[in-house]
Ligand binder design. Structure first.
Ligand code: 6GU
Length: 239
């Protein structure tokens, strides 16, 4: 069973090199995911191929119009009988976190609705009832990069996409702690050494050191994650 991802966009050309490189490409080649791009422009009905217009009430920028978005969604959804999980990329949405990414990786169809940052006609949201998702508290000029971020995060969690060796099980956020520091050859670079413990061959000591580093980093860099991790630990030890 594979995941079908439909991407609705004003700029399908933005996705070519992303979907054709590295993990997203490998996932499609293995048949674990299929990407389908739909351009709103193809559903415009007027002579100018309009997909957006000025906001009622005035104000800056352009707003995505209802008809082209509804028609593009209907077109994409009828390509496959399985129901879609509709997601609309917007800075007004809920913040994308690994827990949502993991949930989306278990679905069969995703429909990603991207658009201009000034927004969508509110009737698109009222009518299609998508889950609105943001990738962080900053403003992008469109939802396309956010859609790519979401796709990248989801696709790498699909079983079989990553090899067993680089599996996602013990990554940052999977268990609530940041990653430990990594080193590779050479053992000395510009006077800086690799920590002795990593060269010791003592796997138990290495695992202990890495866990300690993960805790330290999380404490220092992400007090929010640290608090949540400590709370989770004490909950588990009470069970
Ligand atoms: Cl999903 N869209 C836009 N336009 N800007 C964003 C975003 C999404 N997430 C963070 N900033």
């Amino acid at each position: 069973m594979s995941l079908r991802i439909d991407i609705l966009t004003l700029f399908p050309e933005m996705f070519g090199s992303f979907l054709g490189t590295s993990i997203p490409k490998r996932a499609a080649e293995k048949g674990l995911v299929a990407y389908h791009l739909t351009s709103y422009r193809d559903f415009a009905t007027d002579a100018h191929k309009s997909v957006d217009d000025k906001p009622f009430g005035g104000g800056p920028g352009m707003v995505m119009m209802c008809q082209t978005v509804f028609d593009a969604v209907a077109h994409a959804e009828k390509q496959d009988p399985r129901p879609t999980r509709r997601i609309l990329l917007s800075p007004q949405g809920q913040r994308l976190e690994q827990s949502l990414v993991a949930e989306l990786a278990t679905t069969e169809r995703l429909l990603l609705i991207s658009g201009r940052y000034e927004g969508f006609d509110e009737r698109i949201i009222d009518g299609l009832k998508p889950l609105e998702v943001s990738i962080g508290d900053y403003v992008l000029s469109g939802g396309e990069l956010a859609a790519m971020v979401l796709i990248d995060a989801v696709v790498r969690l699909i079983p079989g996409v990553l090899g067993a060796a680089d599996g996602p099980a013990d990554e940052s956020f999977a268990d609530g702690l940041l990653e430990y520091p990594q080193y590779t050859q050479p053992r000395e670079f510009a006077g800086m050494q690799v920590p002795d413990v990593l060269l010791s061959g003592n796997h138990k000591k290495i695992a202990e050191w890495r866990l300690e580093q993960r805790k330290l980093r999380t404490q220092q860099r992400r007090p929010d994650l640290w608090q949540a991790w400590v709370a989770k630990q004490s909950q588990e030890s009470n069970q």
